[in-house]
Design a protein around this ligand. Structure first.
Ligand code: URA
Length: 218
């Protein structure tokens, strides 16, 4: 990718980030501390899409910087990628919260919040134009594949994502962190198997084996 093209993408994303930061389509736009637009290589071949910012992300204005982020970095590290090599975003840019027992807690984004935020995500996907999107967890997966998507059954397969981009779903790192004992071992094994498929496809594409493989889009 030329330096000029990289700079062009950086400029567009910077402007789009400012637009998203000014957005108040949802109540969470008023409640959050920072807009968590996304970050990473604007020319990344792999884009990771999570659900929405948590407390640490909201505080720092950066995606996946809490405990789940640490695990995410280990996950991609296992396939030879650093945080700077990929682009990381979420289905919503503001932290969804609820008041519970006098505390502010994280919650899943509502369908309306995801729909309001979708143009920002779509623009990121258009600009970055990754070869592969890895959706982390069921809410992110459902935002691309519909509400009927069941992660236990559907993770680890290839789908046709936005703009025809190859899409894979794996478990969210926060979900992995909630497991223990044999469930943890098994969940990690499944995530590892998904990541190996992502690595293999990135390698195939780099070698020019980029012809469509319809059988992979199940
Ligand atoms: N979980 C997410 O889905 N996204 C983040 O940015 C952090 C935690």
């Amino acid at each position: 990718m030329s330096l000029r093209e990289r700079a062009r993408r950086e400029r567009i994303l910077e402007k789009a980030c400012a637009v998203a930061a000014a957005c108040r389509k949802c109540q969470i736009g008023y409640d959050r501390r920072n807009n968590v637009y996304g970050e990473g290589d604007p020319c990344a071949r792999l884009m990771l899409i999570g659900e929405g910012p948590g407390e640490t992300e909201d505080l720092l204005g950066r995606p996946f910087v809490g405990r789940a982020g640490d695990l995410l970095e280990k996950m991609i590290g296992a396939i030879g990628l650093a945080r700077e090599d990929v682009y990381i975003a979420n289905t919503v840019k503001c932290r969804p919260t609820l008041h519970e027992g006098g505390k502010l807690r994280n919650r899943a984004p509502t369908p309306a919040e995801m729909a309001n935020c979708r143009p920002y995500l779509d623009e990121q996907i258009d600009v970055i134009s990754p070869q592969i999107i890895l959706a982390l967890g069921a809410p992110a997966a459902k935002s691309f594949l519909g509400n009927a998507f069941a992660i236990t059954k559907g993770r680890g397969s290839w789908y046709e994502g936005p703009n025809g981009i190859a899409l894979m779903v794996t478990f969210h790192p926060a979900y992995v962190l909630r497991q223990g004992g044999t469930a943890l071992t098994e969940t990690k094994r499944l995530v590892w198997s998904d990541l190996k498929k992502v690595r293999a496809r990135l390698d195939d594409l780099a070698e020019g084996k980029s012809s469509p493989q319809p059988a992979l889009f199940e």
